[in-house]
Write a protein that binds this ligand. Structure first.
Ligand code: NAD
Length: 290
């Protein structure tokens, strides 16, 4: 069984990005600049944003963190987005989700200039991805594609089952894996909360991508012998034996399935670091596009 070590692979790619940024600096070119908007105090969001900012520093990008209180109004948040759209120094930016309940995530997403949409969530980028045109690919699915490519996981002609149909993970994952490209060319099934007999679909999968948000839902009896498992889930599970009171668990029962599969991503240290690297690759692309 091979552990698909996203953390190590992300470090390798960050070294490559750093070399490229060093070359840009030597040529007195524009240093890529990523901004992140963080609204409120959600603990998981704070960790994600901190990791993104830290990764920028590691490779020599510039980064800005725009913090706003949970009490911000929709109009004020749209003003923040407009300012970032118009700031010539910022190459790309993200608005960390989820936003507090009174804010309209869809309206915020629609306000982002597609040329700065390094999360790849705006209709323009999603549409271009679907048509196979140049675009900013959504960070998590693209991070997974990079991982499959670098680890040499064959996808062509394979049966892939994706669990979850969110706009940011499940749905774009199905588009990228089924398109005529390498990696890609897979036969893809998407399962969601209304799917009958999810387990039966999973058991057919040569490659199983779990993006549901239910801790350890995928158990050994649901996976095919020798399958490749991509676990996107990041769930906090109460654990009084840990000083912080919880542990992180994926959507897959790692301990239960690891001896049955040919490769698997750990949680943490699998898909998460690849998501960040993919965001940075998009930011570099945005910076070069100017
Ligand atoms: P989401 O809540 O938006 O979507 C969950 C999906 O799971 C829905 O489409 C729903 O239909 C489906 N679902 C729910 N119950 C199901 C069931 N019993 N069987 C099959 N499908 C079911 O979630 P999301 O934003 O796509 O995130 C999914 C998980 O991935 C979460 O744990 C999240 O924290 C994690 N995540 C990780 C990264 C990363 O970088 N590693 C990035 C984004 C999300």
């Amino acid at each position: 069984m091979q552990v698909l070590d996203g953390k190590a692979l992300a470090e390798t790619i960050k070294d490559e990005l750093k070399a490229e940024v060093d070359a840009i600096r030597q040529a007195a070119g524009k240093i890529p600049h990523l901004a992140a908007v963080l609204v409120g105090e959600d603990p998981a969001s704070q960790v994600y944003v901190r990791n993104k900012v830290r990764a920028c520093e590691q490779v020599g990008f510039r980064s800005s963190l725009v913090r706003r209180p949970a009490t911000i109004t929709q109009t004020e948040l749209l003003d923040v987005v407009r300012e970032l759209n118009e700031d010539p120094d910022v190459d790309g930016f993200i608005v960390q989700l989820p936003l507090p309940g009174h804010l309209d995530e869809e309206a915020v997403n629609l306000a982002i200039d597609p040329r700065k949409d390094v999360d790849g969530f705006t209709p323009d980028n999603v549409g271009r991805m679907t048509l196979g045109l140049d675009c900013y690919l959504p960070a998590t699915p693209n991070g997974i594609m990079i991982m499959l490519e670098r680890y040499g996981v064959e996808t062509s002609g394979k049966e892939v089952v994706v669990l979850g149909r969110s706009n940011i993970v499940g749905t774009p994952m199905t588009i990228l894996l089924s398109r005529k490209a390498n990696p890609g060319n897979a036969t893809v099934t998407i399962c969601h909360s209304r799917t009958k007999d999810v387990a039966a679909h999973c058991r057919r999968a040569d490659i199983l991508v779990a993006a549901i948000g239910i801790p350890e839902m995928v158990t050994a009896d649901m996976v095919k012998e020798g399958a490749v498992i991509i676990d996107v889930g990041i769930n906090r599970v109460e654990d009084s034996s840990r000083s912080r009171g919880y542990r992180l668990a994926g959507d897959v029962d790692y301990a239960g399935v690891k001896d049955k599969v040919s490769a698997i991503t750990p949680v943490p240290g699998g898909v998460g670091p690849m998501t960040i690297v993919s965001l940075m690759m998009n930011t570099l692309q945005a910076s070069k596009a100017k």
